[in-house]
Design a protein around this ligand. Structure first.
Ligand SMILES: NCc1[nH]cc(CCC(=O)O)c1CC(=O)O
Length: 310
């Protein structure tokens, strides 16, 4: 009997690309398998006129997909790991993380070739508090304006002349064949990526062992260990999706190197910490870096960011 796997996915071009990627990989690894997409809208897709940070709440882009898993309309949900809250609802697990795309942020401009070329007072679009605080730290003179919508919408707003430059995840641009739009990539030293950026994760019901067996072939342990450390850091900081927090891990042999950052929205204060540990201790590494940040006063900065948002 051939098994049917139904994939809950958002309808944005990037979400569909990621869902088709998972479908293709499942078909490649399991001859005769049947895979269907179940596209749906999430709260994050419906509310487009409000800055993400102001909508608040966790899991803006994942809740509806999780509901579909729990009530049996779908078997797996494909997410950008960056959008997945650090804790899972009862009854769901995320056993599979696929190989990571480029995790860096991309600088995109039709006029200027680097961040430092931007003239004083230039307008930069981003909806990410993490990008905002790091931009402001380097260039206090820049004006940061909110930029919402999917990748196509954001590029269109740049082309329309609303911004001198925009910052978005390189991963989305690369997956959607917009690599020619990347003016330059920002190194982690200049823009520490968000936890999980560039990685795709697959969620399913905890008791659905058959599906978990099929998913195992798609799992990439190197990516999973890196993302585990990054998410553990955010979890210890009790960070939601919309926070001025960067977390980025690299593997050097079997050792993980995790860097973390917490900033004030005006970029005046940037806290940084880093540590290394064997990959088997990914989670503890994340906690250690978070504790270092807390010892420097991260909780106060985060509370101020939350207060400004509300
Ligand atoms: N919050 C939206 C979101 N979620 C995942 C990506 C990009 C792809 C990825 O990180 O895997 C983006 C867009 C962006 O940040 O520019």
């Amino acid at each position: 009997m051939s098994q049917l796997v139904r994939i809950a996915t958002r309808k944005s071009a990037l979400a569909l690309w990621q869902a088709y990627y998972v479908k293709q990989e499942l078909e490649r690894h399991h001859a005769g398998i049947q895979v269907e997409l179940v596209p749906m809208s999430t709260q994050g897709d419906k509310i487009l006129d409000t800055p993400l940070a102001k909508i608040g709440g966790k899991g803006l882009f994942v809740k509806e997909l999780e509901a579909a898993l729990l009530d049996g309309r779908a078997d797996i949900a494909v997410h950008s790991m960056k959008d997945v809250p650090v804790a899972f609802p009862e009854g769901l697990v995320l056993p599979t993380i696929c190989p990571r795309e480029d995790p860096r942020d991309a600088f995109v401009s039709n006029t200027y070739s680097t961040l430092s070329e931007l003239p004083a007072g230039a307008v930069v679009g981003t909806s990410s508090l993490r990008r905002q605080c790091q931009l402001k730290a380097r260039r206090p003179d820049l004006q940061i304006h909110d930029l919402r919508g999917n990748v196509n919408t954001r590029l269109a707003k740049l082309d329309q002349g609303d911004f001198d430059a925009i910052i978005l995840a390189a991963a989305g641009l690369l997956r959607l064949d917009f690599s020619s739009r990347i003016t330059c990539l920002l190194e982690p030293e200049d823009s520490l990526p968000a936890n999980g950026q560039g990685a795709v994760g697959i969620e399913c019901r905890a008791d659905d062992v058959a599906t978990q067996q099929l998913l195992a072939a798609l799992h990439h342990q190197d990516t999973a260990d890196r993302v585990l450390a990054e998410r553990a850091m955010n979890r210890r900081l009790q960070g939601g999706c919309q926070v001025p927090i960067g977390a980025y891990a690299l593997l050097e042999g079997n050792e993980l190197w995790l860097r973390g950052l917490v900033g004030s929205l005006d970029g005046q204060q940037i806290l940084q910490a880093e540590s290394r540990a064997p990959r088997a201790q990914a989670e503890q590494l994340g906690i250690d870096v978070a504790e270092q940040l807390l010892a420097q006063g991260a909780a106060t900065l985060l509370a101020a960011a939350y207060a400004e948002r509300d």
